[in-house]
Design a protein around this ligand. Structure first.
Ligand code: SF4
Length: 317
């Protein structure tokens, strides 16, 4: 059995403690779009985001939301090796695009479908996780999510990516740190768990950026953090920049060093949901590390050990 890292908090032990059984995510594409693609905020999307909006593209491929949920739940049930193993819990994960940025009643429609599954006898759903942008969370949406808390646990995943507004502008995120802080404060008040996203190695961000983003996440009080290295994917604006030699991505060693700086500045109790990217190999142009992604966790442990530090040791909170 894998021993839990001592120097930073990871997701699996936290999930086991919280739900008392194995828990897996079912990624869902609810047909949302994004204000950064339809012209409301901007066109073309964030420069690193591919055409599927960092998601599965399942709806475009003809799978309705119910179908995706059903097949995801069945897939997770099949993971059970012995009849005596505990049934796994499921986190319904609205992943693709900006899930709270939808027309008219579509968000309510999506939530109703998920609600029906939550209400089923022996439903495996233990939480609903909603990925969105910090500038797409009006008070009304926060109230809807707060209300849904009576039926299941709610998480909101908010992209911050960098705490530097100039970097956010340059990568065409087109929201600000202040909007992230405002959204997280309102979610905290509503008792909704929040997970903040960060990308290390964005152009112009560097080491100070990694440190500043960790400090902003610590200050915001988000319960969870997802962080990964800058990756260049096919069908993105960054792919053009990278092909023209205008963009560098961190090597594995550089990323580990940024990541250690980042982790040292998070709050000690924030849970790291992810510390590497998970783009499909075929879509990823760069980086091409000779270090397997699953080794990063161990290498981070070693890096922190060699520094004599741990998560939160440099947190300014
Ligand atoms: S990363 Fe999110 S906000 Fe940016 S273009 Fe993709 S879906 Fe939109």
């Amino acid at each position: 059995m894998q021993t839990a890292p001592q120097r930073f908090r990871t997701l699996s032990p936290w999930l086991r403690e919280r739900f008392g059984r194995p828990v897996h995510r079912v990624s869902l594409d609810a047909g949302s779009t994004c204000p950064n693609r339809d012209g409301t905020k901007g066109f073309g999307g964030c420069t690193y985001c591919d055409i599927e909006g960092s998601g599965t593209g399942a709806l475009k491929d003809g799978d309705g939301l119910e179908e995706q949920l059903q097949s995801g739940i069945a897939r997770i049930a099949r993971r059970k090796k012995r009849p005596t193993d505990p049934d796994s819990g499921v986190i319904a994960y609205l992943q693709s695009y900006t899930n709270t940025y939808v027309e008219g009643g579509r968000f309510a429609e999506v939530l109703d479908i998920i609600r029906r599954y939550i209400a089923m006898p022996d439903s495996p759903i233990v939480a609903l996780s909603v990925a969105t942008r910090p500038d797409c969370l009006p008070d009304e949406t926060v109230r809807v999510l707060e209300d849904l808390k009576k039926e299941t646990e709610i998480w909101v995943e908010l992209g911050l990516e960098s705490a530097n507004d100039q970097v956010l502008f340059d990568i065409n995120r087109l929201h600000t740190l202040e909007e992230f802080e405002d959204a997280t404060a309102r979610l905290r008040q509503a008792g909704v768990l929040t997970v903040g996203h960060a990308i290390l190695g964005l152009p112009g961000d560097g080491r100070e950026g990694a440190r500043g983003t960790a400090a902003a996440l610590a200050k915001s009080g988000v319960e969870g953090v997802k962080v990964h290295n800058l990756m260049v994917l096919e069908k993105t604006q960054m792919a053009h920049q990278w092909r023209k030699g205008e963009l560098e991505v961190p090597s594995a060693q550089e990323y580990l060093s940024l990541l250690a700086d980042f982790v040292e500045r998070l709050a000690p109790d924030q849970v790291l949901h992810r510390i590497t990217g998970d783009a499909p190999e075929a879509k990823q142009l760069a980086p091409r590390w000779d270090v397997p992604k699953n080794a990063i966790r161990e290498l981070l442990e070693t890096e922190l050990e060699s520094r004599g530090t741990s998560q939160g040791c440099l947190a300014a909170i």
